[in-house]
Design a protein around this ligand. Structure first.
Ligand code: NAD
Length: 429
């Protein structure tokens, strides 16, 4: 099978277990091979459609101009407009954005929403920037991308260090250039500007729906299931809260500074209020302090890494003691760790399914914007549950049918869908 990126792959393979694009490519290759993917489709699907690099001049508060580097990678359009978040971070790289854009393609295909994948990034340090500087950066970045984004082309959303406000600025800038209001150009907007009810909680809720399905396979009930969550932000915090509300025993949770553990279960609403008030979990009384490293190794039924990538590697995978791994974060497990977890019999709910609740409700937001008619929150949540449960079942059946691990099954499901559509459309070559 032709492999146009073989040199790149070899460059990373020996040295860098944690390179996200390599992790994505390795899993893509395995699934493509098992599917017997046509070499022409393989060559087209393995690389992004378009990589944009832009230089963004911004007048800083001090009066001088600083030029920032930004990216937007549009990985695939076979099934519809590209879709994916924008992250602002000092260390964001094109390679990372490329991997994330591909994950978006596979994620949208796993939950069968009619989008391709994209991702954006701007190298900046948002913590040191004022709101005015961030607004000017966002508006100029949007202007640079103007010809490449839009409801039918590419629909950005929030990611690390971007939020509803960032989306409102993008929507406004895009609309000013168009001459009329286009709220479907982004998702994750404020409700007042065409955002969807339930979007903020959607990723955590999607994790809950997947965990519900997985625990049934182990004949467990929420009350009998202990859960450890890494991260307490949009995914981890909300996921833990929703699991607590339906009766799961959440025994540990963390943020970047470390975590807390109580084998009898934590009162999650109280923990999250404490975190909000103190900006740290340190000093929380009714629990032991643990490091993030220790937290991952706590014995539990469900481990939900919901913080960042590369948390479970070949270094610690054999010490992971859960029955179910629910990957709320993108890329928390390396390919080397996958094999170790599989040999230990751990049931993995792979990221491209477990955290797909966010993009699913983003799709609902885009649909509502285009209809100009908005759904009740319970309708949004019910449609989300239907999609997540159906995708979970499809993926589990595929894993059983082909006798492969669930991550490989997720890639197979996604690649097969994208390949089918690409083949039907034909390759314009
Ligand atoms: P967030 O910024 O709201 O929360 C991140 C949490 O992780 C915080 O509690 C933070 O303190 C903690 N954290 C950060 N770095 C850490 C580290 N090195 N070690 C341990 N903890 C650390 O972010 P989020 O939106 O919850 O996203 C978390 C993950 O989920 C990311 O991988 C993101 O790409 C993925 N994701 C998010 C969404 C979404 O809708 N928010 C959707 C899909 C995937």
């Amino acid at each position: 099978m032709a492999n146009p990126m073989a040199d790149d792959m070899r460059r990373f393979k020996s040295s860098d277990e944690k390179n996200p694009f390599e992790a994505m490519s390795e899993r893509f290759d395995r699934a493509a091979q098992l599917l017997g993917l046509d070499p022409d489709l393989y060559a087209v699907m393995r690389v992004p459609s378009r990589e944009l690099k832009v230089y963004i001049p911004v007048r800083m508060d001090s009066g001088h101009i600083e030029v920032f580097e930004g990216f937007r990678v549009q990985h695939n359009f076979a099934r519809g407009p590209a879709k994916g978040g924008i992250r602002y971070a000092p260390d964001v790289t094109l390679d990372e954005v490329k991997a994330l854009s591909a994950w978006m393609t596979w994620k949208c295909a796993v939950v069968n929403v009619p989008f391709g994948g994209a991702k954006g990034g701007v190298i900046c340090n948002p913590i040191q920037m004022s709101q005015g500087e961030l607004e000017r950066l966002t508006r100029r970045y949007t202007a640079e991308l103007f010809d490449f984004i839009g409801p039918d082309r590419d629909v950005p959303a929030p990611d690390m260090n971007t939020n509803e406000q960032t989306m409102a600025w993008i929507m406004d800038t895009y609309s000013m250039h168009k001459g009329y209001t286009v709220n479907a150009v982004v998702t994750g907007k404020p409700i007042a500007l065409g955002g969807s009810l339930g979007r903020r909680e959607a990723t955590g809720r999607g994790v809950l729906f997947c965990v519900n399905e997985a625990v049934k396979r182990f004949n467990l009930t929420p009350e009998k299931t202990s859960v450890v969550v890494q991260g307490s932000g949009n995914v981890g915090g909300i996921g833990a809260q929703l699991m607590y509300e339906v009766g799961y025993k959440v025994t540990a949770i963390s943020d970047v500074g470390g975590g807390i553990y109580n084998s009898n279960g934590l009162n999650i609403p109280q923990v999250l209020s404490y975190l909000q008030a103190n900006k740290t979990l340190e000093g929380y009384k009714e629990a032991e302090q643990v490091s993030n490293k220790e937290l991952l190794e706590i014995e539990c039924d469900v481990l939900a890494p919901c913080a960042t990538e590369n948390q479970i590697t070949s270094e610690n995978a054999d010490r992971i003691k859960c029955k179910i791994l629910a990957e709320g974060a993108n890329g928390p497990t390396t390919p080397k760790a996958d094999k170790i977890l599989h040999d230990k019999g751990i049931f993995v709910i792979p990221d491209i399914l477990a955290n797909a609740g966010g993009v699913t409700v983003s799709y609902f937001e885009w649909v509502q914007d285009r209809m100009g008619y908005f759904w009740r929150e319970d309708e949004v949540n019910q449609r989300l549950e239907e999609k997540m449960v159906a995708s979970f079942i499809e993926l589990s059946n595929l894993a059983e049918l082909h006798n492969v691990d669930t991550r490989t099954a997720a890639y197979m499901l996604a690649i097969d869908r994208v390949a089918f559509d690409t083949k039907m459309r034909g390759i314009y070559a």
